[in-house]
Ligand binder design. Structure first.
Ligand code: ZN
Length: 351
């Protein structure tokens, strides 16, 4: 760890070449400045710093506090008003994913943020569906959706579930919980909504153990029966909880640059990812809100490889975890795992 760690020759090339799955990324937080300006101009929405163009907006993206982060996030959400906005946002994001060879993405979306702003739910769902179809047809990027509820607004749970079920044939695979995390925001009021979601075949994919520690994870395990957990990195504060996650093989979606940017960990080098792996916890790498945290999925892999001295085998193992922990059809999983192994073998046999 520490500084100036040696980089294994060619690891960056392997990272770029591997077909990848991304399991923890938010739609609103994936809108790069160029796309944001286009969407904002169409609807006359003011974005922070935008009077100075892409550069000004890029600066606003380098927020100083969680409050600044929310300000930009909400402004980005406000650019999405009509079906074509949602469609163009999805397609624009998909272009960035295709460039990174991400072929499967489970993207979190917060429908009620938009509906409570007056967006027509049918137009919103139609726009998401249209963008998803174009992304698959033109770019080969397949979207699945996790519709999430803001933890501090559990009264939006039932309607979120209703929208998720309505859009199930448009790729909605699960329910999530996001937003602020702390002892004052229990997930207990969401237990019933998640129970109903699970009985309808939706996966449970809540955030937990990021801004709040083991009590939040304990509650999430007890009340929401998670199939996977967003972040979860603070399980390490409780060895029993860590052992339980490992034993029950509940995978974490780990987003190191997000954790650094939001002050969950002091630095990339100090990130607990290696300790989680050593404890036997299943995890994949993800980017959360990439342009807002100055990253991409590829950069998350590269930064981990540099900080934790990963060689090709470790890079491949993490990329395979992303596929194994995904909710793609089993046949697709087998094909993608095989394609990843092929790319790694070709990489290894290069002179
Ligand atoms: Zn997240």
């Amino acid at each position: 760890m520490g500084t100036a760690t040696p980089q294994v020759e060619g690891v960056d090339e392997l990272i770029a070449a591997l077909p990848k799955a991304e399991l923890h990324v938010h739609l609103e937080g994936s809108i790069v400045p160029e796309l944001a300006l286009r969407l904002a101009a169409r609807r006359g929405v003011a974005l922070p710093g935008a009077e100075r163009g892409v550069e000004g907006l890029r600066e606003a993206y380098r927020f100083a506090s969680f409050r600044d982060f929310l300000k930009v996030y909400i402004a980005l959400s406000n650019t999405l008003q009509q079906a074509e906005d949602f469609s163009d946002a999805v397609f624009g994001i998909a272009e960035g994913l295709a460039a990174q060879r991400i072929c499967w993405v489970e993207m979190t979306f917060t429908p009620m943020t938009h509906v409570t702003q007056g967006v027509d739910p049918d137009a919103m769902l139609a726009g998401l569906a249209d963008g998803r179809r174009r992304a698959l047809d033109q770019l080969g990027v397949e979207f699945a959706w996790v519709f999430d509820v803001v933890r501090s607004l559990p009264e939006q749970g039932p309607q979120t579930l209703e929208l998720a079920l309505r859009a199930r044939d448009q790729g909605v695979i699960g329910l999530g919980v996001g937003g602020p995390e702390g002892p004052q925001w229990s997930v207990a009021p969401l237990a019933e909504v998640f129970e109903r979601g699970r009985s309808e075949g939706l996966k449970s994919v809540p955030h937990a153990g990021e801004q709040h520690g083991p009590p939040s994870l304990r509650e999430t395990l007890d009340l929401l029966a998670p199939d996977r957990i967003g972040h979860g990195v603070r399980c390490l504060e409780d060895p029993e909880l860590t052992a339980e996650l490992a034993d029950r093989q509940i995978p974490l979606e780990v987003c190191p640059s997000s954790n650094v940017a939001l002050g969950v960990v002091p630095s990339f080098a100090a990130h607990p990812l290696p300790r989680l792996l050593a404890a036997g916890v299943e995890l994949s790498l993800a980017s959360d809100d990439p342009p807002l945290f100055g990253t991409t999925l590829i950069e998350e892999y590269q930064r981990c490889a540099a900080a934790f001295e990963w060689g090709p085998a470790q890079v491949l193992a993490i990329a395979q975890a992303g596929v194994r922990h995904s909710f793609m059809p089993e046949q697709r999983k087998r094909e993608l795992l095989a394609a990843q192994r092929q790319v790694a073998q070709a990489h290894a046999s290069q002179p």
